[in-house]
Write a protein that binds this ligand. Structure first.
Ligand code: LLP
Length: 427
């Protein structure tokens, strides 16, 4: 995060507040989110894309009512993918027309609620859903703006992409075999739908723009086919999210203005070649906005050296507050933040308190050899997909999210209590 530093005693500070004070006041583990950094990143995306494009923050990365208000104030739109995310967005005052509703199996209730609320866009993901949404819209006497999500045959991986002829995954309607063209044909015929554009999301934690280039080429190809067949030029194209962030110093992310420039150049070039009016572009970054803005603050509980192997450092959280290491083999860094140390570095593995040997937060890290119970350590870049994927495994309570700004810290999602846990237990 941008406003992170160290004070004269070597204690980590964020927004001028020390990590030790945060731990005293809010307990550990806790996600500490730098609000100024969040707003700056949101604004950088908004500014980079300008008035001719829209930025939809992907709420799945992390959503709370405070975040919705920040996004609203910074001029961003919001992508939600469940009734729960939609409810959070609406309850915090995000105007419905700035919300896009995603998902490969939205329920009838979710669709009804979204249409009734007046969401700006529903992204259709299957043939059944085209009919389902059209039917619900019509029964409510509405014409719903929709996009169709297609799979373009580009599979994005962390640092590369593999172009595949056939997509083998649950999202979207394949471009291959004329399926996407058929979906467009059907959507254009239904009175309940106003088809405004085509959507493509190629993956996550991407650094290489060439996957987007292939995707844009293929989406524009479809727009051209639609124009040739139906005589309509769809006015929108959404290229999804997926831009990578730095989890460790090996990662080298692109700035929003570089991404905006690259994407708009690709789309205009492809449209010029196809003699199409350039559609309005939208993107859906989640991780790239919130990921770097938070770190998780843990207290060390035990330090267990295993001769000739490594030292296991157990913290007071684990896979319940960060499943990404166990699930994706994700890499994180870690630092001692409650003091400085001149001790030699030792090879450490930061593990949680769960009853599972795969409960690892940071697989390989160097920490000072004098690390001891009571020390505070911080794992950076945990703003995205950590709190939002947190669980109660072993009935561990989910940590709070504390927003820090201008020397003030406030809880935006409170720590779970045993009462919260027991509230759902009937009997
Ligand atoms: N748009 C769509 C349609 C998506 O499916 C996603 C992510 C995004 C936007 C935002 O992607 P981002 O910019 O945040 O990469 N739990 C995984 C990530 C799953 C992403 C799913 N879809 C993780 O922790 O890495």
């Amino acid at each position: 995060a941008q406003t992170v530093g160290r004070n004269a005693d070597g204690v980590l500070t964020v927004g001028q507040i020390t990590a030790t004070r945060l731990a005293d006041e809010f307990g550990t583990p806790a996600y500490i989110l730098d609000e100024a950094d969040f707003r700056a990143r949101a604004r950088a995306w908004r500014t980079a894309f300008g008035a001719d494009a829209d930025v939809f923050y992907a709420g799945k990365a992390f959503l709370s009512r405070a975040v919705v208000r920040w996004l609203h104030e910074e001029g961003l739109n919001l992508d939600v993918c469940s009734g729960g995310e939609l409810a959070t967005a609406l309850s915090a005052g995000m105007p419905a027309e700035r919300i896009a509703f995603h998902g490969n199996n939205k329920s009838v209730q979710e669709i009804t609620r979204a249409i009734e609320a007046g969401v700006g866009r529903i992204v259709l993901d299957s043939f059944q859903e085209i009919v389902r949404v059209a039917h619900i819209a019509q029964s409510l006497g509405k014409r719903q703006k929709v996009q169709i999500r297609i799979t373009v045959g580009v599979e994005a991986h962390t640092h590369e992409f593999i172009a595949t002829a056939h997509e083998d995954q649950k999202f979207g309607i394949p471009l291959a075999g004329g399926q996407a063209a058929e979906a467009v044909r059907r959507a254009l015929q239904l009175d309940g739908l106003e088809l405004t554009g085509i959507h493509s999301h190629i993956g996550s934690q991407i650094f290489d723009m060439s996957g987007f280039e292939v995707a844009a080429h293929r989406v524009v190809g479809l727009l051209k086919d639609i124009r040739d067949e139906h005589g309509v030029e769809l006015p929108e194209i959404d290229l999804g999210g997926g831009l990578g962030i730095a989890y460790t110093s090996d990662d080298d992310p692109r700035e929003p203005h570089e991404i905006a420039k690259a994407l708009s150049e690709i789309v205009s070039r492809e449209c010029d070649a196809a003699r199409l009016r350039t559609p309005r572009i939208s993107v859906e970054p989640g991780r790239a906005i919130v990921g770097p803005t938070a770190f998780t603050l843990y207290e060390v509980g035990t330090v267990k050296p295993l001769d000739g192997l490594r030292t296991y450092v157990s913290v007071d959280g684990g896979m319940s507050d960060n499943i990404r290491t166990a699930l994706y083999d994700a890499e994180y860094s870690v630092a001692l933040v409650s003091r400085t140390s001149d001790a030699e570095p030792m090879l450490a593995r930061v593990v949680g308190k769960h009853c599972e040997s795969g409960d690892i937060v940071v697989k390989d890290a160097f920490l000072p050899a004098d690390l001891a119970p009571g020390d505070l350590i911080a794992v950076p870049a945990t703003g995205a997909y950590c709190r939002s994927m947190a669980s109660n495994y072993n009935h561990v309570l989910r940590p709070p999210v504390v927003a820090v700004r201008d020397g003030e810290a406030r809880v935006i999602v409170r720590r779970e209590t045993e009462e919260d846990l027991l509230r759902l237990d009937v009997g």
